[in-house]
Design a protein around this ligand. Structure first.
Ligand code: ZN
Length: 331
């Protein structure tokens, strides 16, 4: 029996009760911010439906043929649809394509192998292109018996209203802060790290854990230190720009943008109560006292412009240099 994240238990009970009472809708739309546990929950629902002898009503037994096949990734009545992969190049598409939805529909009209439910998960559902979504509508309008579709989406607003309206939406809420902190510490985070990462993840525990495990807190501290180093003439802005622009996602620039907004918040509120980057509070308060507010606004504008412009590697490095030279000019 798979362990479910503790903050998902109330929602699990809701789904299990609906299933027991025979009123589980044939299409669910699981929503919630990244890192709230949508994928894990959709798996759980799938296994619950495919279990041939649910021991406690709300949990799959973990030992029947259905559960074992599901755990091994080979249950014949379970279908998982995600971003298309090009057969020749192996490249992952940004989209779920119409052929995938047609293939799924073709399987769902057949009767189930084990005589029970057929379960399909679409994750992330908003990746469906227009044709794929249109094709799915037919399946949603004329569902086969004992078929459950689970659409998983962090941004349901990007799904067509026609698709949304045919699903019952279940929203995964982020847990109470204390529960999330305890869970993170149970995963090996220390208390300070758990607090910082949870804040950076806007309360979503799995995202917080990912941040903790990927060394994000240290990386932020290093990047922030580089900015201070530039102001103190210890580090060359061009050297820093070279390092920062290697990252295609430009994470450092996104962080710098957050920090500039925190500098504005500190100046406006006159205290550090409402800042986002609590992990760097002391450094930010010091900087806020040092920098001209007008200049901070200008830098912010420059970054916003850059983030709209970046494309190729060369462009990225030039634009990063441009920002850090402007930053360096403040010293
Ligand atoms: Zn089972």
């Amino acid at each position: 029996m798979p362990d479910l994240y503790p903050w998902l238990e109330p929602l699990r009970d809701t789904v299990a009760a609906a299933l027991q009472q025979g009123r589980l809708p044939h299409a669910l739309l699981l929503t919630g911010q990244p890192g709230s546990g949508k994928t894990a929950f959709s798996n759980y629902v799938a296994q619950l439906l495919l279990c041939q002898q649910p021991a406690a009503a709300q949990s799959p037994c973990g030992s029947c043929p259905g559960c074992i096949q599901f755990a091994a990734g080979g249950h014949p009545d379970y279908f998982y649809v995600t971003h298309a992969v090009d057969d020749k190049t192996g490249k992952v598409s940004r989209e779920i394509k119409v052929d995938q939805i047609r293939a799924l529909a073709g399987k769902l009209v057949m009767s189930s192998h084990h005589g029970g439910y057929q379960v399909a998960i679409l994750n992330p559902a908003e990746a469906m292109n227009k044709n794929a979504a249109n094709s799915l509508l037919k399946t949603l309008e004329e569902p086969s018996d004992n078929t459950v579709l689970v659409l998983v989406s962090a941004c349901p607003a990007r799904l067509p209203a026609t698709v949304r309206s045919r699903c019952q939406q279940l929203k995964l809420e982020i847990p109470e802060r204390q529960l999330a902190l305890e869970w993170l510490q149970g995963q090996g985070c220390n208390e300070a790290e758990a607090q910082t990462c949870l804040q950076l993840a806007h309360g979503a525990p799995l995202e917080a854990l990912r941040l903790a495990q990927s060394g994000t807190v240290e990386a932020r501290r290093e990047h922030f230190g580089a900015l201070v180093g530039i102001l103190e003439r210890r580090v060359s802005p061009l050297t820093v720009a070279q390092g920062w622009s290697k990252d295609e996602e430009l994470q450092a620039i996104h962080w710098m943008r957050e920090w500039l907004m925190d500098l504005i918040r500190i100046r406006m509120a006159g205290r550090a109560g409402q800042i986002r980057s609590a992990d760097l509070q002391d450094g930010l308060v010091t900087l806020a006292g040092r920098l001209d507010q007008r200049v901070v606004f200008e830098l912010l504008e420059r970054i916003n412009r850059m983030l709209r412009l970046t494309a190729g590697t060369l462009n990225r490095q030039l634009l990063t240099e441009d920002i850090l030279l402007a930053w360096a000019a403040q010293r």
